[in-house]
Design a protein around this ligand. Structure first.
Ligand code: COA
Length: 369
């Protein structure tokens, strides 16, 4: 029994649920998604297969791909039909505000939980793409149900369905699809635990992901790489930043004590791009900066391993795919939404109302202060 004086303000290490969905091993640098090492899943499964795995436990390669391709294509089409009515909600400066407002207006079927999850997952890709186009003064592109989810998400967001880039985006979407009890997933589970609906849970999760401490902007990583540039003196630049009391963006993690396994998957995904892609130049800079940052951080914090996290190579990859900085967090949501839905399904099936306590430290009538 906890003493009533102890407060776990960040709930660090507090276990509130059992889950078959994902396991984050911070010491071993291993991420398992429903029985599969992330590295293997991201390079062998489509986003559709990752959804089938998370929502139904369907093993990749077991025939779920075609069924889920159709399911998500239909969901994108349905979401596309709502676009004219959602213009107001989508014309926001911030992409996460646009997602929150547009997703909130969805009315997925009440009776079929997989159809609900598909509706939300399809709609997130459609609305993120439509918001990006509207922001540039362009008309949204209607979804193309003949494409796989990653290709269509890329086409709607950038206007270009270039196949190598679509494969790389597919890897990114699978890489971020789930990651233990992170803040937005916890948010979704809390809402689901009250018996509320899946739209409400996902909308709340979007709100949590918007915060810079969570979905954050890998934008500062890009700024740092640009400031150093190819052939620049990374060590001198980073040393100056550290001496000014700044943190090196994209380095360090609350749970991982080794390199974030997602960083390696995204770094490899950049290799899918053509050697002429400008992303390749940034990749060379990124590797040099990561090396220099690792050395400097080891010198300054010999007792604490601070290695590259997922955001380091997210920045390089999404930029190379033609997405601008403002699109990074909505693209993260486009991948993570399937994980939120899986957690809602699991919470409904196995969970209880999540209702922690607080310690009251205010005045009590009748007691002297
Ligand atoms: N650059 C420089 N120093 C860092 C650092 C970084 N990226 N990350 C941690 N440190 C230092 C801290 O300043 C602290 O030093 P101190 O003990 O001298 O005060 C020490 O390492 C421990 O840091 P702490 O704040 O306890 O780590 P945390 O687990 O709370 O923080 C992060 C995790 C991710 C918030 C942190 O590593 C960070 O700010 N990284 C940069 C931002 C980023 O990339 N975020 C995306 C995360 S996916």
């Amino acid at each position: 029994m906890r003493s009533d004086r102890s407060v776990d303000s960040g709930l660090e290490g507090v276990v509130v649920a059992e889950s078959v969905l994902s396991r984050v091993d911070g010491e071993g640098g291993r991420l398992i998604i429903r029985g599969h090492d992330l590295e293997r899943l991201a390079t062998s499964a489509s986003y559709e297969e990752a959804c089938a795995l998370l929502w139904e436990g369907a093993e990749p390669g077991d025939g779920s791909a075609a069924r889920y391709r159709e399911l998500l294509a239909r969901a994108r089409n349905d979401a596309g039909a709502h676009l004219p009515a959602l213009r107001g909600a989508l014309q926001r400066r911030d992409g996460m505000d646009a997602l929150r407002g547009s997703l909130a207006q969805l009315e997925p079927p009440h009776d079929d939980p997989i159809a609900q999850a598909a509706a939300l997952t399809g709609a997130t890709a459609v609305f993120a793409g439509a918001w990006a186009r509207l922001r540039r003064g362009q008309a949204p592109l209607p979804p193309d149900p003949s494409l796989d989810h990653a290709s269509d998400a890329l086409r709607m967001a950038t206007g270009s369905p270039q196949p190598q880039a679509a494969r790389a985006l597919g890897r990114y979407l699978v890489t971020v699809v789930d990651h233990g009890m992170n803040a937005s997933t916890f948010t979704a589970r809390v809402v689901a635990s009250t018996g509320s609906d899946m739209v409400s849970a996902v909308v709340a999760a979007v709100g949590a992901l918007k915060g810079p401490l969570h979905g954050g902007a890998p934008g500062p990583v890009l700024d740092m790489l640009d400031a150093i540039g190819e052939g620049g003196d990374a060590r001198a630049h980073l040393r100056a930043r550290l001496s000014a009391g700044e943190r090196i963006m994209g380095m360090g993690h609350r749970i991982y004590r080794v390199r974030d396994p997602r960083a390696a998957v995204l770094e490899d995904a950049l290799e899918l791009l053509s050697p002429a892609s400008p992303g390749r130049g940034r990749l060379r800079v990124a590797r040099a900066v990561e090396r220099a940052a690792g050395e400097l951080l080891r010198e300054r914090h010999p007792g604490r391993r601070l290695e590259a996290n997922v955001e380091f190579y997210t920045a390089v990859l999404l930029d190379a795919l033609g997405l601008d900085r403002a699109q990074f967090t909505p693209t993260f949501a486009t991948g993570r939404v399937a994980g939120w839905c899986a957690h809602v399904l699991e919470q409904r099936a196995t969970g209880r109302l999540i209702r922690p306590a607080l310690r009251y430290v205010g005045p009590v009538p009748g007691l002297a202060a």
